[in-house]
Design a binder for this molecule. Sequence first.
Ligand SMILES: Cc1cc2nc3c(=O)[nH]c(=O)nc-3n(C[C@H](O)[C@H](O)[C@H](O)COP(=O)(O)OP(=O)(O)OC[C@H]3O[C@@H](n4cnc5c(N)ncnc54)[C@H](O)[C@@H]3O)c2cc1C
Length: 340
Amino acid sequence: MTVSLYNPGEEQKSILVFLEHEGGVLANVSLELLGKGREMADGLHWSLAGLLMGHQVADLAHEAIAYGADEVWLGEHPLLQFFTIEAYAHTAFQAVSDGKPSVFLLGATPNGRDLAGRLAVRLRTGLNADCSGLRIDPDSGVLVSEVSGFGGGVLALIEMRTHRPQMATVRPGVFTPSEMDRNKNGKVIEIPLVLEEDMIQTQVVEREVGSGIDLTRTPVLVAGGRGIEGDFLMLQKLADLLGGDVGATRPPVDEGHIERQRQIGQTGVVCSPEVAICCGISGAFHFVVGIEKANTVIAINSDPEAPIFDYADYCIVGDVHQIIPEIITALRSEGEIAHA
Ligand SMILES: Cc1cc2nc3c(=O)[nH]c(=O)nc-3n(C[C@H](O)[C@H](O)[C@H](O)COP(=O)(O)OP(=O)(O)OC[C@H]3O[C@@H](n4cnc5c(N)ncnc54)[C@H](O)[C@@H]3O)c2cc1C
């Protein structure tokens, strides 16, 4: 069996969270992991640390402390300005080998996944990918990660007993950030870094930041499936009237009707809206995991036997192309009456 760089007896009783950021703002998923990390650390009297890498990002360290971190390990270097796997993995490896956290959590984002895989190999430890739940056993300090498999038919609880750190990636939207507390004190610890340009093979030629679609925070989700036959304009009108945003199942994404960032579900985004309106969606498990945290689910489907109705609080049997325009008309006339 491969031996990890440090073992259970040599670990610190601490949880480390990878702090992702873009444009001077910490990523929601990092705040969510700080929230969950704080909750677990408090239950065990452990400490919570954030791993922040970048260039001129020290301000974000204080923000992470306000969101729950006891300390932030800061890797500051011009070569860390943009994510490159070599520079980030090198810095993270150094930070983790020095700090020896028991648990290391990362967002299951493109960069988080990239970093987690590379680092797990380098640290000779395991990685629980795409977890939907986390807890730490108070007696053994073992992280128990929930991962669904076999099309959702199985919920596996994965433990890593002999290797450290216990690494896991978690998809955005699964946990809730803690309240921000600007008065909270914490330490910023600089990671002593030796980074040279020739250590980095990736060259950033051009950088394009995504459209900023973030469905994890929308209060109203209007989601469309194959049954809406690509008419996302209709759903957008409804979402605009309700102050919400539009999501989709996988088939319309695969067929190119809508951006991939709007896919909800197991291989998409997990949302926790007040209201989710599911239009022309059958209710496959892979989709439903993405809306399980919605307070109220409304489903519109022409098939009265559609499985989505098992999850819905309000079930409307009928044709989406008829029902949604009627709802839009009703909402508009209600708005006009309110303004009159
Ligand atoms: C490993 C894996 C991961 C996956 N990940 C995801 C994921 O993250 N997200 C995801 O969504 N899927 C995912 N899938 C696919 C998933 O299993 C389903 O195939 C998909 O969710 C079905 O999408 P749908 O409900 O839009 O389509 P369908 O299952 O085809 O359902 C269409 C529904 O529309 C209804 N309908 C048709 N016409 C109308 C109408 N005019 N008015 C009202 N209702 C109408 C039909 O009755 C039907 O119930 C994954 C699959 C695999 C194997």
